[in-house]
Design a protein around this ligand. Structure first.
Ligand code: ZN
Length: 170
């Protein structure tokens, strides 16, 4: 929830950075089992496949391996986070008027990493003893995006059942 007196943009920006850090760590722990060979496409089960495009350098979506997709994604997000015009680093800095739509796009794409990890790498997550940690991370992510309506529910479809279980059918 938005803390009393906190600016919504600032709160969303702060949480995005936190989610990015968590997901970066998660991806790091899975680096040995999420490779071009094991994951030649960025998928979330048999029904969902993601192709990379950033709307600027890459306009026509590229079909690529999961690690490549995630690499494109994290680089693109880092570029946004480090851009002072998008994520002002000073407290009370001016956010662009379209900040929430940029934030929504970042969150929508970040969710795909969770979708990929749960569908393709959950065994490894369990083997690494990270299950509770990853579930907590996803739960926080979902509560956050639901609180501020930041991701379309159709985007959450790949993890629909799990999200229902983790959040008690929110
Ligand atoms: Zn993978």
């Amino acid at each position: 929830m938005l803390p009393e007196g906190e600016d919504l943009n600032e709160w969303v920006a702060y949480n995005i950075v936190d989610f990015v850090n968590q997901i970066t760590m998660l991806v790091g722990t899975l680096a040995d089992c999420c490779t071009d060979i094991t994951c030649p496409v960025m998928s979330a089960g048999a029904k969902y496949e993601y192709h990379w495009a950033d709307g600027k350098g890459v306009v026509v979506p590229i079909k690529c391996s999961a690690p490549r997709y995630i690499d494109f994604l994290m680089t693109w997000i880092n570029d946004q986070v480090e851009d002072e015009a998008v994520f002002p680093s000073k407290i009370g800095g001016q956010f662009p008027s379209n900040f929430l739509s940029i934030g929504k796009l970042i969150l929508k794409r970040l969710f795909r990493v969770y979708a990929h990890v749960y569908h393709q790498h959950f065994k490894e997550v369990v083997a690494l003893g990270q299950e509770a940690h990853v579930n907590t991370g996803l739960k926080h992510f979902v509560f956050f995006i639901k609180e501020f309506d930041l991701i379309d529910s159709k985007e959450l479809a790949p993890l629909h059942e799990l999200i229902g279980r983790l959040t008690g059918g929110l």
